[in-house]
Design a protein around this ligand. Structure first.
Ligand code: NAD
Length: 336
C-alpha cells in the first residue's frame, strides 16, 4: 500500500524547470504536476487536488486567483523567482496562503547577463554576428566606445546591483550609485560614489537598473527622467519591464537622444517572453517598434538562466515544499 504523495501544481513549467526540479534532492517524495501554461483565473482549475502551487514571474496571483486556490485547498505558493510584484500579498495573508520565494539564487547570473548586454550593445556584437554570417565583413556602423574612463550609473545596489557595479569598476569606469538604503562601507571599499538619483541621471554615460518593481519605481525611467540624461546614453534593464515607460523610451530612441538600449525584461512581456512565437504575428506594436531599432538589443528574460541559478531555484523550492508539507519551519528569508 503506497502512501499518496502530496501534489504540487507547477505552472509555466519549461523543460529546464522540469529537469532541475525533478533532479533536486527529495523531489521524489512529491507528486509534481507540471503545466506548460501560466497560472491565471482561467487555468487555476489545474491546481485542483494540489497542496501547493509553484509559479514563476508571469503567473498571475491576484485576489481572484488566490481565492480560488484557497478554495481548492492550496496552502502554499512557492515562487521560483526573487521578484514578487505579481502576487497580491495582502489577499494571500487574509486567505492564510503562505508565499515563498527564492530571494537569492544567483545574483551573479543576472549581473553577468547585464554585463553581457552592455558589451554586446556597445560593440554591436548582435549586428556583427549577423553580418559575418552573411559574408558581410564591413565595419561601417559598428563603432563603439571605450568603457574605460566613462561614467556608469547603477540604480539599486542590492545583491545584483553591487556585483554589476564592481565589475564595471573593473573596466576602469567611474561608478555612481543611487539607493534609498546606501551601503557606504561597500561603496568606499570599491571606489563607488553614492549620489542623488538626478545627479546619476545627468552624469552617467550608461545607466543600469537593479531595483525591484514597486509603486515608487514603477516607470522610474520616463519622459522627465530621460530628459535629464546625457545624449547618447546607454540604458540597461535586466530587472522588471515596468521600470521603464516604453512609449517614452521609443520617443527618446526616435529622437536620437538615446545611444543604445538593452532589455532583458519588457513592460508587456507576459504572454510573449518565454514563448516561441516565430510562426505568429507579433501583436504588441511597442515591442515591434523597439525591435526595429539597430541600437536596441532584447533578450527574453534570460538573465537568471544559468546552471547554478536553476540548481539553486530547484533546491530552495523543493526543500521549502517538503518542509511545508512536513510542517517544518521554512527556509530562512524565503517567506513573504
Ligand atoms: P535586492 O533586494 O537585493 O536589491 C534591490 C535594491 O534596490 C535594494 O538595495 C533597494 O534598497 C533598492 N531600491 C529600492 N527602491 C529603489 C529606488 N527607488 N531607487 C534605487 N534603488 C532602490 O534585489 P536583487 O536581488 O538585487 O534584484 C533586483 C531585481 O532584479 C529584482 O527585484 C528583480 O525584479 C530583478 N531580477 C531579474 C532577473 C532576470 O532574470 N532578469 C532575475 C532576478 C532578479
Amino acid at each position: 500500500m503506497g502512501i499518496e504523495k502530496p501534489a504540487i501544481a507547477v505552472f509555466d513549467a519549461k523543460p529546464y524547470d522540469r529537469d532541475y526540479i525533478t533532479r533536486a534532492s527529495g523531489a521524489d517524495k512529491l507528486d509534481w504536476r507540471f503545466q506548460e501554461f501560466r497560472l491565471d483565473a482561467k487555468t487555476v482549475l489545474a491546481a485542483d487536488g494540489a497542496q501547493a502551487v509553484c509559479v514563476f514571474v508571469n503567473d498571475i496571483l491576484n485576489r481572484e486567483v488566490l481565492e480560488r486556490l484557497a478554495g481548492s485547498g492550496v496552502r502554499l505558493v512557492a515562487l521560483r523567482c526573487a521578484g514578487f510584484n505579481n502576487v497580491d500579498l495582502e489577499a494571500a495573508k487574509k486567505l492564510s496562503i503562505t508565499i515563498t520565494r527564492v530571494p537569492s539564487y544567483s545574483p551573479h547570473a543576472v549581473a553577468e547577463h547585464a554585463i553581457a548586454l552592455i558589451l554586446a550593445l556597445n560593440r554591436k556584437i548582435h549586428r556583427a554576428y549577423n553580418r559575418v554570417r552573411e559574408m558581410n565583413f564591413s565595419l561601417s556602423g559598428l563603432v563603439g566606445f571605450d568603457l574605460f574612463g566613462k561614467t556608469a550609473g547603477v540604480l539599486g545596489t542590492g545583491k545584483i546591483g553591487r556585483i554589476v557595479a564592481e565589475i564595471l569598476r573593473g573596466f576602469g569606469m567611474r561608478v555612481l550609485a543611487f539607493d534609498p538604503f546606501p551601503n557606504q562601507e561597500w561603496a568606499a571599499q570599491h571606489g563607488i560614489e553614492y549620489v542623488e538619483a538626478r545627479t546619476l541621471a545627468r552624469e552617467s554615460d550608461l545607466i543600469t537598473l537593479h531595483t525591484p518593481l514597486t509603486p515608487e519605481t514603477d516607470h522610474m525611467v520616463n519622459k522627465d527622467t530621460l530628459a535629464l540624461t546625457k545624449p547618447g546614453l546607454m540604458l540597461i534593464n535586466v530587472s522588471r519591464g515596468r521600470l521603464i515607460h516604453t512609449r517614452a523610451l521609443i520617443e527618446a530612441l526616435k529622437s536620437g537622444h538615446i545611444g543604445g538600449v538593452a532589455l532583458d525584461v519588457y513592460e508587456e512581456e507576459e504572454g510573449i517572453f518565454f514563448q516561441d512565437l516565430s510562426g505568429e504575428v507579433l501583436r504588441d506594436d511597442e515591442l515591434a517598434r523597439l525591435l526595429t531599432f539597430p541600437n536596441v538589443l532584447v533578450t527574453s528574460h534570460q538573465a537568471f538562466l544559468t546552471h547554478e541559478a536553476l540548481s539553486e531555484i530547484a533546491r530552495t523550492t523543493v526543500e521549502n515544499v517538503l518542509r511545508f508539507v512536513g510542517k517544518q519551519p521554512l527556509l530562512e528569508g524565503t517567506v513573504l
